[in-house]
Design a protein around this ligand. Sequence first.
Ligand SMILES: *Cc1c(COP(=O)(O)O)cnc(C)c1O
Length: 425
Amino acid sequence: MKIDKLLEFDKKHIWHPYTSATNPIPSYLVKNAKGVYIKLQNGKRLIDGMSSWWAVIHGYNNLVLNKAVKKQLKKMSHVMFGGISHKPAIDLAEKLIKISPKNLKRVFFSDSGSVAVEIAMKMALQYWYAKQKTDKAKFVTIRKGYHGDTWHAMSVCDPDTGMHHIFQKQLPKQFFVDAPKCGFYDKWNDRDLIPIRKLFEQKHNEIAAFILEPIVQGTGGMRFYHPNFLKEISNLCKQYDILLILDEIATGFGRSGKLFACNHSNVMPDIMCLGKAITGGYMSFAATLCSNKIAKTISKSSPSVFMHGPTFMANPLACAVANSSIDLLLSYNWKKKVKKIEKQLKKELFELKSNKNIQDIRVLGAIGVIEMKEEVNMVEIQKEFVSKGVWIRPFGKLIYIMPPYIISKKQLTKLTGVMKQVVSK
Ligand SMILES: *Cc1c(COP(=O)(O)O)cnc(C)c1O
């Protein structure tokens, strides 16, 4: 009864993501979460396959991260960042610079992934402004991408899934090229680059930056493309004096099998966005890293300031838990663990390859994707997953998992087993 009352209020007054306000997709009431388990208010325990949208890499209610938050809480939970600095932020910047591509030397903290993308795009525009090349003001991206829900971030999301038609008149118009067809495991061919080379030749004077998700296109389609594609994009950007922005918000911190997905291609972006798993999924936080070239160019022109400063910039609690999460990740052989998950996902999901309902099955790092031939009925399939004790949230034709790295072999088998049952019906 109490559960029903709460959910009734929720349905009546709270807007959930990507669903109708008046006829929403049903929500499940969660009581708590620990390790890989999400416990519902009705007592049911679900194995989590989503890491709460890529973020919770060490599992829920992690004792090490809890301790970091508590310790920082006793010092201060927040203090403004204008004219003030603090050790959690300094430690975190040092760590991020140490582990990210080596040309990235400046860190701009913000409060969410979308904002980190806005900041990256503003940096690119202000860089060209400083160089008195204000015509270089557009962005290029690949279709099927996702970069967040704020205004400029949305302008580089896939135009169809991002529903650009709704905002058509006001949304800045960017250049879109097709998503690469050459997959991660395919034999490399450079056909995907032909239209890009052509666009660069014709329009490089109007292009500020190329922005894309490295290797893994997440929410826009769960696709894995060839490392050479990214390498070639990086080369072309250099050749045509176009900045490269990599959105590592979903892929950062080991998810694809490398610490950052751009490590698959050994590229050095001018600007890189981090978010999601940066705090181990504890709270909303993000960072935009850039090279000294970007920072110095912006800073030596007039205005020399970078025009951004979120209220909760470098929030100490978030910095403290991010420091703890990165230390924890680097303290064990995460690479081996992610590789193990990858192997198991391949072994268990690829058994379905001949299934008539399935279009494609893809695995990279700790990400497993089943692409169906038809769109799935999300409400029905979600209900079935919950009744079978797992938390998996499909969208469109995609049923996919990216579990916390701490998942055991047995728990992962349960996830893939339920996926197999559900798609084979
Ligand atoms: C989730 C995501 C974002 C947006 O991050 P928010 O924290 O939701 O604003 C941007 N880019 C990518 C690649 C993402 O996966």
